[in-house]
Write a protein that binds this ligand. Structure first.
Ligand SMILES: [Mn+2]
Length: 363
């Protein structure tokens, strides 16, 4: 995603006073973007205010405003003459009847498909590869790297995280830019607060590992393979969570997530992998057993663990990870190449077992 933070700052600084206008009843995505830009304007010393057209309807949206103390005035002011320009977020067009004729639009950020005809803006980012407008704003903030006070930063990032969560249906439709945004804002956000407002299923650590997983994806035929590097034993649970996540989102036959899992104080090392499939016909167990006997699977899910204790003595962790990752990826590719054989073998084995079972019952 292309964002130009300098262009944003230039668009804002062109005006002494800005009104953020939220169309309709404010939802978390629109509110989060408005609030984030308020924090940016405050930091840059630009007067600004947030206005919504209609009342906040959902109780969880009300809770967001109350808990984060987001200053929103309802409805739009009758007289906008004290403002020099307006901003609009999370709406497919910047044009607002009766207002666009009088006030210029400084900033328009959205993630819906762009409407064909619209008013001109000093800065416009409309990118449907983002799961939310909050995603785009968060990525702009990441590049801007402004000196925003710690407290405001926490409130702002918490709002943005909730905006992303809401628009991606609890991250189930989240895509690469969303994970990059989450990785950045989750450092500052108050996830316990987001939990209180909704229920966020992922810990900060899992979200950050999820981002690593997204970055390292290898697609081989219809398999998705990704390594997340060295992780502490206490974070091992993140692996199956990430595998579940990728399985839900990606249209692939198999998802494999692997990591070098370290026991505390260098007490041990293992290659761990989580396998997930949506295909009940895929013989996951024989795929895993073809790599190592120290693993196995039931329908839909499996795991393997290979002892690497000896390599705790390795002085070069980067080199060690490269070898682990390349070896695991290659082993999986070989299994995928042999899938017709293993698949058929699995099928015959099941058929044979079934025949045995029928014969046994018959006697
Ligand atoms: Mn949205």
């Amino acid at each position: 995603m292309k964002t130009d933070p300098k262009q944003l700052v230039a668009a804002l600084k062109k005006y002494a006073s800005l009104a953020t206008l939220i169309k309709g009843s404010p939802d978390p995505d629109a509110m989060a973007c408005s609030f984030a830009l308020k924090c940016v304007c405050d930091t840059l010393g630009i007067k600004n205010g947030i206005f919504a057209e209609k009342n906040i309807s959902l109780p969880q949206n009300r809770a967001l405003v109350d808990k984060l103390d987001i200053p929103i005035k309802i409805p739009f002011p009758a007289d906008l003459s004290k403002f020099d320009a307006y901003m609009i977020f999370d709406y497919q067009q910047a044009r607002i009847p009766d207002i666009s004729e009088k006030l210029p639009c400084a900033v328009h950020i959205d993630h819906h498909d762009a409407s064909a005809e619209d008013v001109s803006c000093d800065m416009r980012i409309v990118d449907s590869s983002a799961g939310s407008a909050s995603t785009i704003v968060a990525l702009l903030l990441k590049e801007l790297d402004l000196e925003i006070g710690r407290q405001a930063m926490t409130r702002m990032c918490t709002a943005l995280l909730y905006g992303i969560e809401t628009d991606t249906d609890g991250y189930s439709h989240a895509r690469k830019p969303d994970y990059e945004a989450i990785d950045y804002i989750s450092k500052y956000s108050d996830t316990s607060l987001v939990k209180k407002i909704s229920s966020i299923p992922l810990s900060k650590k899992t979200v950050s590992l999820l981002w690593t997983a997204m970055e390292n994806i290898t697609l081989y035929k219809d398999w998705l393979i990704t390594g997340i590097g060295f992780i502490d034993e206490s974070n091992r649970d993140s692996m199956p969570i990430i595998a579940d996540f990728l399985t839900k989102r990606e249209d692939v036959a198999l998802v494999v997530v692997f990591a070098a899992v370290e026991k505390s104080r260098g007490a041990g090392l293992a290659l761990d992998a989580s396998f997930r499939t949506k295909n009940p016909g895929l013989d996951l167990d024989s795929i895993i057993k073809g790599i190592t006997e120290t693993g196995g699977a039931r329908k839909f899910k499996g795991a393997l663990q290979i002892d690497l204790d000896f390599f705790t003595a390795c002085p070069d962790r980067d080199a060690l990870w490269k070898i682990i990752s390349a070896t695991m990826t290659e082993a999986l590719k070989k299994r995928r190449d042999g899938i017709y054989i293993s698949g058929i073998k699995g099928y015959y084995r099941r058929l044979r077992n079934r025949i045995f079972w029928i014969l046994k019952k018959g006697h």
